[in-house]
Design a protein around this ligand. Structure first.
Ligand SMILES: Nc1nc2c(c(=O)[nH]1)N[C@H]1C(S)=C(S)[C@@H](COP(=O)(O)O)O[C@H]1N2
Ligand SMILES: [Mo]
Length: 213
């Protein structure tokens, strides 16, 4: 599948994904795995992996940022969050809605995070199933992972099991344990770009674009 053109430079320098998997890697059997969408929806739905792969997809080369001050720009393929929520008939214009993401989890529990729905859609958040032309590795959140490029990575749940549409902006895993902000917008700071092996001073807020480097 990978023709090599989608490689990320210096990927081996990226901090290990295992370090960022608090509940441990979640092995998933795709036969039984489904994404469940429920809560403030017209009709609750479950969507299988094969069905996701047949939906219109997007290919994004965008940067994400960890609150621990590293960042990396990679090639992500997946479906737009907006398109998946449309299947459940979610009112994406309702600015009082949030999405609580839950991971499949392990014996150590589940990882969760809640994000503002309309903002995520405006930022073209995705549910990713490929990275750099390969099926998402277990460590990066196989089979499906939400990514909102304007938010720190702790807001982007790997190994996604459920999306609950809710009016409660709940405090998530890292917010509870590490005191990170519930909002999670990427803030103006000095970050390290793993893929270009240098620091940069980000003066904006939200997604880091090439012009910010
Ligand atoms: N299920 C799950 N998703 C998660 C986490 C986690 O512990 N469990 N950690 C988050 C944090 S803090 C980071 S920095 C990123 C790391 O993503 P990566 O492994 O692709 O680098 O995953 C996020 N998503
Ligand atoms: Mo993180």
């Amino acid at each position: 599948m990978n023709d090599g053109s989608l490689k990320t430079p210096f990927l081996h320098k990226k901090p290990s994904s295992l370090r960022y998997f608090q509940e441990g890697v979640c092995p998933v059997d795709l036969i039984n795995w489904k994404l469940e969408i429920f809560g403030e929806v017209e009709k609750p739905v479950t969507i299988g992996y094969e069905e996701l792969l047949t939906m219109p997809s997007v290919d994004y080369h965008r940067r994400n940022v960890c609150v621990c001050l590293w960042s990396i720009k990679r090639h992500w393929k997946g479906v737009l969050l907006k398109d998946v929520l449309a299947i459940a008939g979610v009112d994406i214009t309702d600015r009082s809605l949030y999405i609580k993401q839950n991971s499949v989890g392990t014996v150590n529990g589940k990882y969760d995070s809640t994000i503002h729905l309309t903002s995520a859609i405006e930022r073209e958040a995705i549910l990713a199933y490929h990275v750099d032309g390969e099926v998402l590795p277990l460590e990066n959140g196989f089979p499906l992972r939400l990514i909102d490029f304007g938010l720190y990575l702790y807001k982007c749940v790997k190994c996604l099991a459920t999306l609950e549409v809710t009016r409660l902006n709940e405090i998530g895993y890292w917010e509870k344990y590490a005191g990170y902000s519930v909002d999670g917008t990427v803030l103006p700071k000095k970050y390290y770009a793993v893929d270009i092996q240098r620091k940069f001073l980000f003066k904006g807020t939200g997604e880091v674009k090439d012009a910010d480097l």
